[in-house]
Ligand binder design. Structure first.
Ligand SMILES: [Zn+2]
Length: 147
């Protein structure tokens, strides 16, 4: 079979590549169960968001979550991030890399997705609470809701 690493064409019975010594797989390599933990973490992202989870987390970042809720945010972003993360994690399970590398890649995907989600939410909330929104005769909604 064709080597995934150097594309050398080996015999079907070869367990390792004749050219580079890479381990050859017949069919799809079996994904390790622990990799699906990362898939689950990506599934959890939009669920967490839809449940309003970020509104409970944001105050820990010094952000007024009520402004975010008032803005109807973060909307579709967590769904995009979650879906992208799920696809990326599932893709990693199909790569022929050693488990250690797969776990590292999956963890990286999850970190990027959750990081982007939290970063986006914090950024949006700060944007909504920026001084120019609060300027006016009427007290800002943030103050009203916080009281
Ligand atoms: Zn090879």
């Amino acid at each position: 079979m064709k080597c995934w690493n150097c594309h050398h064409l080996n015999n079907a019975s070869d367990a390792e590549c004749f050219m580079c010594g890479a381990v050859l797989y017949s069919g799809t390599p079996k994904a390790h169960g622990s990799l699906y933990v990362f898939v689950a973490l990506c599934v959890f992202l939009p669920v967490f968001s839809a449940a309003g989870g970020i509104l409970h987390v944001l105050p820990h970042f010094g952000v007024n979550a009520s402004q975010l809720r008032a803005g109807g945010a973060p909307g579709i972003i967590p769904w995009i991030l979650g879906t992208a993360g799920i696809s990326a994690c599932l893709y990693v399970t199909r790569t022929p890399f050693p488990l250690k590398v797969q776990l590292l890649l999956s963890a990286l995907v999850v970190l990027v997705c959750w990081g982007a989600y939290i970063g986006f939410s914090v950024g949006l909330a700060k944007e909504l609470t920026a001084p120019r929104h609060a300027v006016g005769a009427v007290p800002s909604a943030a103050v009203t809701l916080r009281a």
